[in-house]
Write a protein of this length. Structure first.
Length: 160
């Protein structure tokens, strides 16, 4: 899939809201090492970086387009504790490097969850935490309600 980072950045308010709910559960001290899997346009990764003044975060994504956008929007010269890296979520290659593996609204795009989980486990330090959210029941209910309402409109009825 080819992502358009500008469109995503402009139209991902729901994902940002879900991420903030998930981030509130992290209870960060500020010195952790965090891996953000499926970092996309980088805005959530950058927000986490700001909460880690003595820590660091690596955002990984399988989309070169999204990473180019993220690196331009959040340059290392301005956020020394933040870096972005191209990597498939099924091929995480970090050896016990992170206190937290964070992923928001991305894992439903991963085709091989066992491979992701093996890499996640290997990437976490002993006692590290896996904190993820993906397309679960209810988190897209507003969108689904709007789609259902639209499909009931007369111009769309013949097609659905």
């Amino acid at each position: 899939m080819v992502w358009n980072p500008r469109d995503y950045a402009a139209n991902s308010a729901a994902q940002l809201a879900w991420a903030r709910e998930l981030m509130a559960k992290l209870n960060l001290r500020g010195d952790e090492r965090v891996l953000d899997v499926g970092c996309g346009d980088g805005k959530i990764t950058a927000e986490l970086a700001r909460a880690l003044p003595r820590g660091s975060i690596v955002g990984v994504d399988g989309s070169a387009e999204m990473l180019r956008f993220a690196r331009a929007a959040f340059p290392r010269s301005e956020m020394a504790n933040l870096r972005f890296q191209f990597m498939d979520a099924r091929e995480l290659r970090f050896a016990q490097s992170f206190d937290i593996l964070f992923s928001n609204a991305a894992l439903h795009w991963v085709e091989d969850h066992p491979a992701f989980l093996r890499g996640a486990a290997a990437s976490l330090k002993p006692g590290g935490r896996l904190v993820v959210s993906c397309g679960g029941k209810g988190n897209a209910q507003d969108v689904m309600a709007a789609v259902r309402a639209t499909l009931r409109l007369k111009p769309f009825r013949p097609f659905f």
